[in-house]
Design a protein around this ligand. Structure first.
Ligand SMILES: Cc1ncc(COP(=O)(O)O)c(C=O)c1O
Ligand SMILES: N[C@@H](CCOP(=O)(O)O)C(=O)O
Length: 423
């Protein structure tokens, strides 16, 4: 990983900082006060903003469990919490053996309170919304962000509005947003259209945007990285060589990269221990893979996206300017997988007891391809991120799983059906 980069996260607090926290534009470096004015991008150049700290802690500064264990790396000491984080790092011995890597672990973010990693971002994002004094939160969503926003927003007593792409959101996620009290707008258009619209509403101050364009959301998601490194190190005595993750709006890729850079800047992690960030997209929605393969500075917007992994059915990843350097500077890569490969991986994870929604299984499907083409070598220690719970998308689970069988309502009838002997 190179440290000579405008993504360097060390530095002295500017006068505009509040308690050693400020915002900095990743494109031009302009600095802003963090909580005085609501802004999502740079006033000068529209570049993405990131949260900066004058004090970057080391491992010993962390205490407790979950997202708020890492409070010293966050803008506040505590937030609206359900609580979130502290998800397991599963061993998956069959997959490890079959894929042929030295170590394979699965970080299952589906075990967060609303069933996805979005809760990590919302616990911080909603705390910031309270600080800003806003009363209406909003997001565009392929489903999980809306579920998390609805839950954390209602817990904070704030109004929530979610814009979903009509016909392309899994049932479990809409059910969550609905029951947690969000106002749900089903938009004629895809996720990127929803984000364009809610972005306009946010720009005119009608809503507070809690998509991952909001830099505070990514601070919460950054804790996935801290947790993976600590858990892996505690179990294996070393750090993973590679983290493989599904990519949609590219928030997690950006957040993990920021985690690594902060740890390097504080001296808590050496550069040679930084895991290679490896993104996986569905072949029908793969602008990040295209940008990596063609060595583009920016992603091209894909207007027509299609995949059964609806969570990553995204053609214009807003965090690409943060995530592409993350992939490149850590020595990682990006790869596209088919829906069939995703479904097989979903079954393979399920066979080890790990129930995930389709987008999550993309990480395993991608790792398989990268092993087959030799990009990932047999001596690697790999963590695959699984981002959402199986029950988020019951239809996909039924399609991938076995059908229930009708049987008579008697023991004898069931015995006969199963071909078992009589007593
Ligand atoms: C289950 C799931 N996996 C992966 C992703 C992609 O994550 P990111 O947008 O951070 O790339 C999303 C949403 O975008 C998601 O809901
Ligand atoms: N998969 C996401 C898409 C939106 O991503 P975000 O991280 O920008 O909120 C979802 O669940 O909506």
């Amino acid at each position: 990983m190179t440290t000579e980069s405008h993504f360097d996260v060390s530095g002295e607090a500017p006068p505009s900082a509040t308690n050693g926290v400020w915002l900095s534009c990743v494109a031009c470096g302009t600095e802003f006060a963090p909580f005085e004015t609501v802004r999502y991008v740079c006033d000068d150049c529209d570049g993405l903003l990131e949260v900066r700290y004058d004090d970057l802690p080391g491992w010993d500064d962390y205490e407790g469990d979950g997202v708020w264990r890492y409070a010293h790396s966050l803008p506040f000491e505590e937030g609206v919490s359900l609580p979130e984080g502290a998800t397991p790092l599963h061993e998956v011995p069959q997959l490890e053996n079959e894929l042929g890597v030295d170590r394979l672990r699965v970080k299952h973010e589906g075990l967060n309170p609303t069933g996805s990693f979005k809760d990590r971002g919302m616990t911080v994002g909603v705390r910031v919304a309270q600080e800003m004094g806003v009363d209406r939160l909003a997001c565009a969503s392929t489903g999980n962000t809306s579920a998390a926003l609805a839950a954390y927003g209602s817990r904070a007593g704030l109004e929530t509005l979610v814009l979903l792409p009509q016909g392309n959101v899994a049932a479990g996620k809409i059910a969550q947003a609905s029951l947690h009290g969000a106002r749900i707008l089903e938009v004629e258009g895809n996720f990127d259209t929803c984000l364009d619209i809610v972005g306009d509403l946010a720009d005119s101050g009608e809503v507070y945007l809690l998509n991952s364009l909001n830099p505070f959301r990514l601070e919460g998601q950054k804790t996935i990285g801290f947790e993976i490194l600590e858990q892996f190190r505690d179990e294996e005595g070393t750090y993973p060589d590679r983290i493989v993750l599904p990519v949609g709006n590219a928030g997690n890729t950006a957040a993990l990269y920021k985690c690594f850079r902060e740890l390097v800047a504080s001296g808590a992690l050496s550069e040679r221990d930084v895991p290679k960030l490896t993104g996986v997209q569905a072949a029908g929605a793969a602008p990040m893979v295209e940008a990596v393969e063609e060595d583009l500075e920016e992603t091209r917007r894909w207007d027509d996206v299609e995949t059964r992994a609806t969570a990553i059915r995204i053609g214009n990843p807003v965090n690409a300017p943060k995530a592409l350097p993350g992939i490149r500077e850590t020595g990682g890569t990006a790869i596209a997988v088919s829906d069939e490969e995703i479904q097989s991986a979903q079954r393979e994870l399920a066979a080890e007891g790990v129930g995930v929604e389709p987008a999550s299984a993309a990480s395993i499907a991608g790792l398989r391809l990268l092993r087959e083409n030799g990009v990932v070598t047999a001596d690697e220690r790999v963590v695959c991120l699984t981002t959402g719970h199986l029950l988020k998308d019951p239809d996909a689970a039924f399609t991938a799983g076995a059908d229930p069988e009708d049987v008579p309502g008697t023991t004898e009838g069931v015995r006969e059906y199963l071909g078992l002997g009589h007593e």
